[in-house]
Design a protein around this ligand. Structure first.
Ligand SMILES: Cc1ncc(COP(=O)(O)O)c(C=O)c1O
Length: 386
């Protein structure tokens, strides 16, 4: 009998993540006036919830855009053409921030780290020490690098910047890291932090949030890079009235409103633990199967794991076959890693039993594609890790 097409999708990519029914239901809402009191109340509560997730009292502005818009917002609001910046670059999204900064004429230093590794704070310290005249205006970094499945020790890296370059801003892309791992914006002295709705918030893409410290606002006053849509002072003017400058993606805002309730019910510590457990399930199981992982245990991401298929098995074939046979959607390798590995997203609304199912499907597929893998070995380890 011919195999039936899968009837269910398992969305195992690092964003967008599956959406909880409660959030879908909240989004199923008629449009309301976005310059009226009803919407203002909802947006105000979303911004308060974001502050809770960021662990900050800093201003947070919400933009109708994807995460990259948040990254661009961070650049154009605190810098001027010719300013020197240092970019801790551990993957594709590090590359992207460099491209954005260069587009605006920023004088970028690329601290490129071997793919699959986090930035050792000592390496950052040594790079900053080369800048004897303390010319770096800002240091950019990813909290979690989605392309490699690596998490940086943002606290330690920020400490190094503060010690070496007290006037420089610490600018963090927390798009895939926020809520998957701890990020204490105020305690760690993070000046600009951007995030996106489609990751651990479990909401569809459409909103980026950007926080600004008092120091970042001072930098804004000196910044001469061109900006209109991304002008954060203008966005703040509207945020203070419970509005966004442009028409907001209301459905996404309704979704975020419900998401904030859900994550507050769970609590930050429990959310972090859930993501840690997801990471361990995937890593322990894939190692048991005999797959190599790109990231070492010390810097492994709680949000996504990059996995090399067994010898002789093509990573892209794994992705297409697992989609066709089991309805499992995996993420590809990015940049230089394209075609070499696949990634399992385990952030947001991904359940541990979905991870077990994914691991089981991979075991079957690897055998079908010619690798000798003991069926059930990874699944057993995954269940034991739960
Ligand atoms: C770490 C990181 N930064 C930035 C982005 C860009 O976000 P978007 O694709 O929503 O523009 C992503 C998206 O995956 C990401 O993972």
């Amino acid at each position: 009998m011919a195999e039936r097409k899968p009837i269910k999708q398992y969305l195992m990519i690092p964003g967008p993540t599956p959406i909880p029914t409660r959030i879908l239901a909240a989004m199923n809402h008629e449009m309301i006036g976005h310059r009226g009191p009803g919407f203002s109340k909802i947006l105000g509560e979303v911004i308060d919830g974001l502050k809770w997730a960021y662990q900050t009292k800093n201003d947070i502005m919400v933009y109708p855009c994807s995460g990259t818009g948040g990254m661009e917002t961070a650049v154009v609001n605190v810098l001027s053409a010719g300013d020197k910046t240092l970019h801790v670059n551990i993957g594709n999204f590090g590359d992207r921030w460099i491209k954005i900064a260069k587009t605006y004429g920023v004088d970028v230093t690329d601290l490129k780290i071997e793919r699959g590794k986090a930035c050792d704070p000592k390496v950052l310290e040594a790079e900053l020490a080369k800048d004897k005249n303390k010319e770096f205006k800002a240091v950019f970094m990813q909290q979690n690098e989605t392309s490699t499945g690596v998490i940086n020790d943002v606290k330690a890296l920020a400490e190094v910047v503060h010690k070496s370059h007290p006037d420089a801003l610490v600018v963090v892309d927390a798009v895939s890291g926020l809520l998957a791992a701890d990020l204490k914006t105020d305690d760690w002295g993070l000046d600009v932090v951007c995030s996106g709705s489609q990751k651990a918030f479990m909401v569809p893409p459409g909103i980026a949030a950007v926080s600004m410290s008092a120091k970042a606002w001072k930098a804004y006053e000196k910044s001469t890079l061109p900006k209109h849509y991304w002008d954060i002072k203008n966005q703040k003017k509207f945020a203070d009235k419970g509005q966004t400058y442009t028409t907001p993606p209301e459905s996404i805002v309704f979704g975020m409103h419900e998401a904030i309730k859900i994550i507050k019910e769970e609590g930050l510590e429990n959310i972090f633990k859930r993501h840690e457990n997801n990471k361990d399930i995937v890593r322990n199981a894939m190692k048991a199967i005999g797959c190599k992982l790109l990231a070492d245990d010390e810097c492994a991401s709680p949000a996504v794991t990059a996995i090399f298929p067994p010898d002789g098995v093509d990573a892209e074939k794994v992705r297409s076959e697992i989609r066709n046979r089991f309805g499992v959607e995996l993420a590809p390798g990015q940049g230089d890693l394209k075609g070499k590995l696949f990634r399992i997203g385990h952030l947001g609304y991904v359940d541990k039993l979905e991870l077990v199912a994914t691991i089981g499907a991979l075991e079957l597929l690897f055998n079908q594609l010619g690798a000798k893998v003991e069926i059930g070995k990874g699944v057993k380890v995954a269940l034991e890790t739960i």
